[in-house]
Design a protein around this ligand. Sequence first.
Ligand code: AHR
Length: 499
Amino acid sequence: STARLHLDPAFTVGPVRRRTFGAFVEHLGRCVYEGIYEPEHPSADADGFRTDVLELTKELGVSSVRYPGGNFVSGYRWEDGIGPREERPVRLDLAWHSSDPNHVGVDEYMAWCEKAGVEPMMAVNLGTRGVQEALDLLEYCNVPGGTYWSDLRRKNGREEPYRITMWCLGNEMDGPWQIGHKTAEEYARLATETARAMRMIDPTIELIVCGSSASDMETFGAWEATVLNEAYEQVDMISAHAYYWEKDGDLASFMASAVNMDHFIDSVTAAADWVRAVKKTDKRIMISFDEWNVWYMDRAESVPPKGDDWPVAPVLLEDHYNVADAVVVGNLLISLLRHTDRVASASLAQLVNVIAPIMTEKSGRAYKQTTFHPFALTSQFARGDVLQVGIDSPTMTTARFGEVPTIDAVATRDPDTGETSVFVVNRALEGETTISIDTRALTEWADTELTGVSASTYAHSDHTWQATADDDATVAVQTNESATREGHTVTVTVPAISW
Ligand code: AHR
């Protein structure tokens, strides 16, 4: 089959935002312990951080990292994680039925962020706690000194304030599984008053209020409207969370998961703008898509321990991704990028071991999952402005979304260099597609010729191939030799289920 893409720099959606390439580190399973932190590991640095994981984090091109949860944060006492390690308490983590020795806390996380070169995104507990504890944490992190919490930070070894900008007001408070779950009205009041008080300490912070945990939540849409109606003036972003997996062997619907993400973003935008209209204000609320990924929720690895078993860092949510999963991840990034006018921040959930692009063996290797590749390359090549791409594509039938285009794409263009990247997925289950990309408007705009065309493809004849600690390189991103240029048209042939 064939498809056509049309590029035009006049159709700029907005800037490529580095924060689109965020990730997430939660106290969950082996994400923190044996993930970013393993003092006994041969690669560990003086602070106990695995340098192999730090290196892979940099290669992944991660911009920001959300912490410490997730469901975990809704029962977390942040003070447990500061001061001398040997004095820190071991606590029950009710969210994941685990024990947490608190060997990693705020100061370790911030030290790790600095080593990884990523921006922190801190979540406060609005499940079991409230305004005061959020204020204490903010004081500990952002106030220079001369007060109880800021001086404690200095005593703990950090002289300068961290000045963390992004703060999440709780996590998934719409979810009945959340510790301290609230109705929209209850949460709206608490989040608004927490935000208002936090801004009294530091008016420069950016605040993210909880939106919906999924687009199929019963309260979806109404939750956003109720919460924003109350919190509109106090917050900057509203969160969105979405996970996708191949349910009941329905590969076609799974490949089209980005259709749901598009719908999700458009719906939250509509709810936010409805509140804006009612309030007659100019301010726009942006979206923080701060949990998104493929997650096989129905697998045994996703079920926490039970009874008296409260292990430290158990194997939990350790999905092993295949090539099709990677194509879906690439497509979800395309969706996030094309909404760059409203999605101001995003976090792939999560970074290490827990539904993650990076895996580690205890005392052993760190390796890349299939999903690592589209993320790393999109982060590397998305530069400048995001361009809306005109797409003429064949369609496929899906049980979940009806008829959907097989080809999906977004482009970015760096106005300084003229370098243009086109990110494309072929969601078709069979057959290859030859794509013609019409670049006339690009070259006319810049009054130049098209030069230096190249293409890379991630695909495999067996889309169920998975990376392991012993082999994470057999299926790699390959140069696509079919890419050619004739005049203003670039042509490239892409296989089924490919990024
Ligand atoms: O990322 C895993 C979990 O998914 C998070 O803890 C929670 O916020 C979401 O339900």
